[in-house]
Write a new protein. Structure first.
Length: 292
């Protein structure tokens, strides 16, 4: 065998060794890396780690102090399918953060400081199946079209947040939704929430920890399970009238009274006119008879 032939296996081994070394070198500081997986859990990181391999499929950042996710760096991780950012300090605005992550299937943002979810928060995650945003006590608003593009969403957890209301259309039109966590929230069980409660009782969705999906306000319904108050809300909401309702009813009553009065007056005038004409006709007939 020629020296050139003998050098090929050695060159191949050298290249493979260099590739493995390169993979180890590119592993972010204080993180551990395996094949397509980066684990930075519990490393007290203050910022999103640098030098994450671009072919990473699974990234775990749980239990750190990260307060910001850079959209540009995340967009480079186009093959990422699993992202765990639970137990961090992520706050107010995540709009357009996940703009380049169309393959992401699993996203955990629980135990953070999220305050709202808008259409632009998750709209680019077209493959999302599992979304956990539970245990965000400052999360008080989810727009009704927030998950309109997440048609593959199967598991959604919004438990133990500051939510008092959730529009029915937010979850009603998710064709693959099977699991919806709602427990531990401060639900305001008024007429605005009635449609959502009715949807809960009629849907085939699994609601874990159902005993803790309870009303927080009003005081008379506190601690009652939401599905159990549906009938009571139906009665109170159908009979409840606001000031504008009373004004409307008064206007309608007045219009009916006025229309009746005018109608009776016109009928009376017509009757009098008819009677006058009739009496004149009779007198003319009598005069003609006398003349004859």
């Amino acid at each position: 065998m020629s020296p050139l032939g003998r050098s090929r296996p050695l060159s191949l081994m050298f290249l493979l060794g260099m590739g493995m070394a390169s993979e180890r070198i590119n592993c972010p500081s204080r993180c551990s890396c395996q094949y397509l997986e980066v684990n930075c859990m519990g490393q007290q990181l203050q910022e999103f780690p640098a030098d994450i391999p671009l072919d990473t499929r699974q990234l775990t950042l749980a239990a750190n102090n990260v307060s910001y996710l850079p959209a540009v760096e995340l967009s480079f991780l186009a093959d990422l399918v699993y992202l765990d950012c639970s137990k961090n300090l992520l706050g107010d605005d995540l709009d357009f953060t996940f703009i380049g992550m169309a393959k992401l299937v699993y996203l955990d943002l629980s135990f953070n400081n999220l305050t709202q979810v808008t259409f632009n928060t998750f709209s680019h995650l077209l493959s999302l199946v599992v979304l956990k945003i539970s245990d965000n006590p400052n999360l008080v608003a989810i727009e009704k079209d927030a998950f309109a593009n997440n048609t593959w969403l199967r598991h959604l957890d919004v438990s133990r947040t500051g939510l008092t209301f959730l529009d029915t259309s937010t979850v009603q039109h998710l064709p693959n939704l099977r699991f919806l966590g709602l427990s531990g929230n401060v639900w305001r069980c008024n007429c605005s929430l009635l449609d959502f409660i009715t949807w809960m009782t009629e849907s085939n969705i699994h609601f874990p920890d159902a005993d803790n999906i309870t009303c927080y306000t009003p005081e008379g319904l506190r601690a009652l399970r939401m599905p159990a108050v549906e009938a009571q809300l139906h009665v109170s909401c159908l009979t409840q009238l606001h000031k504008r309702d009373y004004v409307f009813l008064c206007l309608v009553g007045f219009c009916i009274f006025l229309a009746g009065t005018i109608t009776a007056w016109l009928a009376g005038i017509c009757a009098v006119i008819y009677k006058v004409h009739a009496s004149k006709g009779e007198e003319e007939e009598e005069e003609e008879e006398d003349r004859a």
